[in-house]
Design a protein around this ligand. Structure first.
Ligand code: ARG
Length: 579
């Protein structure tokens, strides 16, 4: 079934067609308080100006036309009130909506079913996120990219898009030359050092890197080693490969712990080694790039306010930017993407503006096909962590902390819960993801465990708890909560509002895809949970004596739990049955 917004737009469009009005003017939205109707459109106001009639006249025309030409069972009433044409959804609509909610929610796979009519059909989206750098451990700075990227992937899949998730691992560049130099120097004539490094590779490599950077001419030394690596020097390749291997293992461990959906590609920057020279030649031949006096290759974007984009440095070294250009070319030719999105913090916005502009000049992709989905900084306040290792806060440490704090909360609230450890993980991880996703991604955020783990307010645990509580009602009820509303039961305003909240989720998801802002879905779920809690207090469900009424209430509760679970799933958050 289409969403109510679509249903109404579909109803309006033949009216517009018959009169030759521009259907682009059709705009429908849910109303704030539902006083005059569930949905409203300002088209009468807009048309009145164009046609030189009063809004009342235009509205009457439209309403008469709809009523005489079409018997629409989804709509109960249409009225004109303070400039808007208002639509009230019918009980039949709610019955059908319920069916659609259960059908959608019954699937345990995020993917839209094959053959289903979905807006994403045939469209491929490349998502670039959780871009770790080799020989470094994932730290708290990598969290947002992983969480936002994974949520977008789930949301896109649910609407039938094909998604290619790629970590674009940072495994190439002169810094690896420095690392190679440092490593070889440390182990030279000192076999035992090799074991020491292998025992604790990330910490050791980090130390070696920092120390090496204090040496004079370190950049020269690094360049020499990197050049050897590029030319295929066996020793350097072997060490580098080992670094890549342990790093990819680390990446997988962290991705598993974060419960991210699997990635389709881990094409690191090194994968573009072969194609980079061709991109440079092409850019020069096309006259887009030029050689400077000192031998660098640049694209002059100064007049557009984007400075000079450097493809090759004067010493011949390739750049991060060049690798990104080669990547776009690869992705376009392999996937013919509809969108190519980079979930990267806002410090790189200048970089991506340059990349996209040069890619466009080179004709690698359509204008606007690539987008930087930027996000702000996430900060942990001083003293947030009970343990601190080194000068960065490791991602794993944040997850440990969240879990142990969640466990303490459950011990206090529900000490008899049989699977406390499992639930603590679900709540801890859920709290982090929810906190992140509940903010507009563009803002900087300060992550406080106490706030994120609270059972009140816009938090993961609040939604999870609402879900668990409603599930417990369903378990306690003697009757099965059916799929349908019993005949003859009429819904009160609160019940209708709650069901409409559930039925409107696809509209919110569409908005998320239009503007790439997952917090819109979080807001929607939070409002749904709030209304569900109010509903639960004002409607004694288990003690309702009228059987049909009780069945109807239970069906509504089930629709809410199905919607909450589905919504949380789309955000990458588990919904424990009990907590
Ligand atoms: N590894 C890079 C960094 O740490 C981020 C990569 C982002 N993705 C990209 N295609 N440039 O800064």
């Amino acid at each position: 079934m289409s969403s109510p917004k679509e249903l109404i737009a579909i109803m309006l469009s033949p009216v517009f067609e018959r009169r030759g009005w521009n259907s682009m003017l059709i705009e429908v939205d849910v109303t704030v308080d539902g006083r005059f109707g569930d949905y409203a459109t300002p088209v009468a106001l807009k048309l009145a100006k164009i046609l030189g009639k009063s809004p009342q006249e235009v509205a009457t025309l439209i309403i008469e036309d709809i009523k005489s030409n079409l018997k629409n069972e989804y709509i109960d009433s249409i009225s004109f009130e303070s400039g808007f044409i208002n639509f009230r959804m019918s009980d039949f609509f709610y019955k059908e909506a319920l069916r659609a909610i259960f059908r959608e929610g019954a699937r345990n796979d995020v993917k839209a079913t094959e053959g289903e009519e979905r807006e994403g059909r045939g469209k491929i989206v490349v998502l670039d996120y959780f871009q770790l750098n080799i020989a470094k451990q994932p730290h708290v700075g990598h969290l947002r990219s992983a969480v936002i990227g994974d949520a977008l992937k789930r949301i896109l899949l649910s609407r039938g898009y094909r998604v290619v998730a790629d970590t674009h691992v940072g495994d190439w560049g002169t810094q690896f030359g420095i690392l190679l130099y440092a490593y070889k120097k440390a182990v030279e004539g000192n076999e035992r050092e090799i074991d020491a490094i292998k025992n604790d590779p990330f910490i050791k490599l980090q130390e070696l890197y920092v120390t090496a950077n204090q040496e004079e001419d370190i950049h020269e030394k690094g360049k020499i080693e990197f050049a050897k690596l590029e030319k295929g020097d066996v020793e350097n390749r072997t060490i580098w490969k080992w670094m890549v291997e342990i790093s990819m293992k680390k990446l997988e461990d962290n991705a598993t712990r974060l419960k991210l959906l699997p990635f389709e590609e881990h094409r690191g920057e090194s994968a573009y080694e072969d194609t980079m020279p061709r991109v440079v030649e092409f850019a020069l031949a096309k006259g887009v790039a030029k050689k400077t006096e000192d031998g660098a290759v640049i694209v002059d974007l100064i007049e557009e306010g984007l400075d000079e984009a450097v493809l090759v440095k004067s010493d011949g070294a390739t750049t991060y930017l060049l690798r990104d250009l080669a990547t776009i070319q690869y992705r376009k030719s392999h996937y013919d993407f509809w969108k190519n999105l980079y979930i990267v913090d806002n410090r790189q916005s200048h970089h991506f503006r340059q990349v996209f502009r040069v890619a466009e000049l080179l004709g690698f992709e359509g204008v606007g096909a690539s987008e930087h989905i930027e996000f702000g900084f996430m900060k942990l306040p001083e003293g947030a962590m009970s343990t601190r290792r080194g000068n960065v806060v490791l991602l794993e440490a944040v997850l440990d902390e969240a879990e142990s704090r969640a466990r303490a909360v459950i011990y206090e609230k529900n000490p008899n819960l049989h699977n406390i450890d499992e639930v603590a993980k679900q709540i801890g991880l859920g709290a982090i993801k929810f906190f992140d996703l509940s903010h507009n991604r563009k803002s900087d955020i300060v992550f406080r465990f106490e706030d994120a783990l609270s059972f009140e307010g816009k938090t993961g645990p609040y939604i999870q708890y609402t879900y668990a509580r409603l599930k417990s009602i369903l378990r306690k009820s003697a009757d099965d909560a059916g799929d349908i509303l019993p005949e003859g039961v009429s819904l009160d305003a609160e019940e209708r509002a709650l069901l409409l909240h559930c039925a409107r989720i696809p509209e919110t998801i569409q908005r998320v895809i239009d503007v790439w802002l997952p917090h819109l879905l979080v807001d929607h779920l939070f409002e749904l949970a709030q209304s569900a809690n109010e509903f639960y207090h004002s409607h004694p469900i288990l003690t309702e004596h009228d059987e049909d009424k009780r069945k109807s209430l239970l069906a509504i509760v089930r629709a809410v739990t199905t919607t909450l679970a589905r919504g949380l799933y789309l955000l990458g958050i588990d919904a424990p049955e009990e907590m």
